[in-house]
Write a protein that binds this ligand. Structure first.
Ligand SMILES: CC(C)(COP(=O)(O)OP(=O)(O)OC[C@H]1O[C@@H](n2cnc3c(N)ncnc32)[C@H](O)[C@@H]1OP(=O)(O)O)[C@@H](O)C(=O)NCCC(=O)NCCS
Length: 168
């Protein structure tokens, strides 16, 4: 990738970010691989509160992405894999952007910063769990150098979950 990556800031999600995430992710295109429907505000209240705990305990979390004007674009970051299935015990990196912000390199920029931060925190390797048809997300894993390592049966969805890995 020769183009300069866009300028993004990553901050620990605030109380107010739950409202911003709820608003910008309430879009069937954004939720296509996450059940297809907008999630309730309470989902984002719990998710952002959990990320504040991860930041306090681990020094990393899923961060809110903010552009140079202070607008919330989405999230990117790392957290312990939260599932009872799949890559238990691993650190997962993940990303989600409001639809208006796709196609500008924001998540690639945020993922590069995420990898620098988790490496500095002493994490030896990360995974990313991606549904097979999610080409935009697969492209992000490729841009940050991840490789498909394992395929897990998804506990509730019909298709599988592909596990990409990167040694840091
Ligand atoms: C997955 C998702 C975050 C990817 O968003 P994205 O905008 O394609 O990814 P990036 O922010 O890395 O941007 C890359 C795009 O910006 C373009 N771009 C523009 N300027 C760029 C730059 N300076 N550097 C890199 N890419 C740039 C790239 O060409 C690419 O667009 P293209 O695929 O149309 O060629 C987004 O589609 C999304 O939020 N999906 C819904 C949630 C989801 O499925 N999350 C993942 C679950 S596993």
């Amino acid at each position: 990738m020769n183009r300069a990556l866009p300028d993004v800031r990553l901050r620990v999600p605030t109380d107010e970010d739950a409202f911003a995430w709820h608003r910008i992710f309430a879009d069937p295109e954004v939720m296509e691989f996450h059940g297809g429907r907008a999630a309730e505000l309470s989902v984002y209240e719990e998710l952002t509160a959990r990320q504040r705990r991860h930041d306090a305990e681990l020094g990393f979390c899923l961060w809110t992405i903010v552009d140079s004007e202070g607008e919330v674009l989405g999230f990117t970051g790392a957290q312990p894999w939260p599932g009872e299935w799949g890559p238990r015990g691993e650190i997962e990196i993940g990303w989600r952007l409001g639809r208006a912000h796709w196609g500008k390199g924001y998540v690639t920029a945020a993922a590069v910063t995420t990898l620098e931060r988790v490496r500095a925190a002493g994490v030896p390797r990360v995974v990313a769990m991606v549904r097979p048809g999610n080409e935009r997300s697969i492209a992000v894993t490729r841009r940050v150098g991840m490789e498909l390592a394992e395929v897990f049966a998804h506990p509730t969805q019909e298709d599988a979950a592909h596990c990409y890995r990167l040694t840091l």
